[in-house]
Design a protein around this ligand. Structure first.
Ligand code: PHE
Length: 452
């Protein structure tokens, strides 16, 4: 059977953006920026995108498109019989860890969509918004049911294939997402006291920056751009042959960052306008957005639209998360796509329950903690702050020192058809020296070997 690819440059862009844009932008980015003090965190995040994220993303595209294989098979083909394939295996592991908690939060989003359709948020007050969020996450049964629904949706789309599943869904729905977020922004910016939120987001005060904040910004950059775990290798393997990899990487990173900022602009003015704490944590999105729309005409329609599109963003990102182990099972182990989709959904839904039941200290499994973190937090911490940056470091070393420079240049210039001499040289230098050095420094610092 012929291996599938996306059908056009536009499809490549939307599918890849569909992977990058997700709960990371709408849920994680705002609450982390809130917890780590706003503008200064944002500035470090931008630097991470530029000097670490983009170079690693290009490296992953190269590995994928050159070999046209899943993450494990791709590394095996480039360096047969070596341990480099473990980057792919580690990637599949990260994919599971992320999915365990991601599917839980996606479940809340689906649930909120359902509640918005029922009209549960009409004329809501801040206190009521908090109570509703508490009820949604505490369950214990309903968040698990929603998590299962999420996994059933993801598995069904993936079973349909790369073109009929992933491509169709992302191409139809990603453009809508932009329109909706901009509408939310306009509303948020016209709230009384909106400027305070904007100032919080953009005012840079480096005295607030801690080592933990820098590590978190780095982890967020990887998480946001779906890097360090083979997602972009796998998607890269479906790219068209004439796609300009530099162009795609730049456009995706820019658009993704734009969506994060737009989400921040929708959320922080509301936080300040209603006197909430910007450091409210994972519940931030769920407690603010219903308030944004609560008192305006057609507010409920907009609320439904917002949670619908957040569901879409979460779903398209999950497609790419699950595609990593799925493509591996399919190509290396000969399991059919539909079967591999079901196997993965079952694994994720069953272990994911641990995350769902440990969200809060008062949750059913909330008292099972280790070093102060429960299951939910550990899944997130190990994947975002450890595995993704380590995966990224290994990919940077692999591309910068193991693969031949000429081979990379040939693939990235589409066999010499694109004139990329200058950008390629800048890129290669950054990837070889700057990216690994930054990754190492942040790491050694976070485990306490060096201090700055
Ligand atoms: N980038 C996605 C988001 O921001 C999450 C993700 C991480 C997707 C890793 C794929 C791989 O929500």
């Amino acid at each position: 059977m012929k291996r599938e690819t996306f059908s056009s440059g536009l499809a490549v862009f939307f599918a890849t953006l569909g992977s990058a844009v997700g709960l990371g932008n709408i849920w994680k980015f705002p609450y982390l920026t809130g917890q780590y003090g706003g503008g200064a965190f944002l500035a470090v995040y931008f630097l991470c995108i530029l000097f670490v994220g983009l170079p690693v993303m290009l490296g992953e595209f190269y590995i994928g498109r050159k070999t046209r294989k899943n993450a494990v098979g791709a590394l095996n083909q480039l360096k047969p019989g070596t341990s480099w394939k473990y980057i792919g295996i580690m990637g599949a592991l990260s994919s599971y860890l992320i999915m365990f908690f991601y599917s839980c939060v996606a479940g809340w989003v689906y649930f909120y969509l359902f509640k918005a359709i029922k009209g549960d948020f009409a004329g809501i007050t801040m206190a009521a918004a908090k109570t509703q969020f508490g009820e949604v996450i505490m369950g214990p049964l309903s968040p698990i049911v929603w998590q299962f629904i999420v996994m059933a949706v993801v598995a069904s789309i993936l079973a349909m294939g790369v073109k009929d599943g992933i491509e169709k869904i992302t191409k139809t729905l990603m453009p809508l997402l932009f329109v909706l977020i901009i509408i939310c922004d306009i509303r948020a910016l016209t709230l009384p006291g909106a400027m305070e939120g904007i100032n919080f987001l953009f005012q840079v005060d480096f005295s607030k920056l801690t080592a933990a904040a820098v590590l978190t910004a780095l982890g967020l950059a990887f998480f946001k751009l779906s890097l360090g775990m083979g997602t972009m290798i796998t998607y890269g393997s479906y790219f068209t042959q004439d796609n300009n990899l530099f162009g795609t990487a730049t456009k995706v990173a820019l658009s993704d960052t734009l969506v994060s900022l737009l989400a921040g602009i929708a959320i922080f003015p509301t936080v300040f306008s209603f006197g909430m704490e910007p450091s409210a944590g994972p519940g931030l999105l769920f407690m603010t957005i219903p308030l944004v729309f609560s008192q305006i005409p057609f507010g409920n329609v907009l609320l439904v639209a917002f949670f619908f599109l957040t569901s879409i963003a979460a779903t398209t990102a999950m497609l790419s998360l699950v595609e990593v182990p799925l493509a591996y099972l399919n190509e290396e182990r000969g399991v059919s796509r539909p079967k591999a989709a079901i196997i993965n959904a079952v694994i994720i839904a069953s272990i994911g329950i641990l995350a769902t039941l440990s969200v809060d200290k008062a949750s059913l499994l909330g008292s099972y903690t280790f070093l102060g973190r429960g299951f939910f937090d550990w899944f997130d911490y190990i994947s975002s702050n450890i595995l993704l940056p380590v995966g990224g470091l290994l990919i940077a070393i692999f591309i910068g020192y193991i693969v031949k420079k000429e081979d990379i240049k040939r693939e990235m210039s589409n066999n010499g058809k694109l004139n990329i001499d200058f950008v390629f040289n800048v890129y290669y230098f950054i990837l070889r020296y700057v990216t690994p050095a930054l990754l190492l420094i942040v790491f050694l610092n976070s485990i306490g070997i060096i201090k700055f």
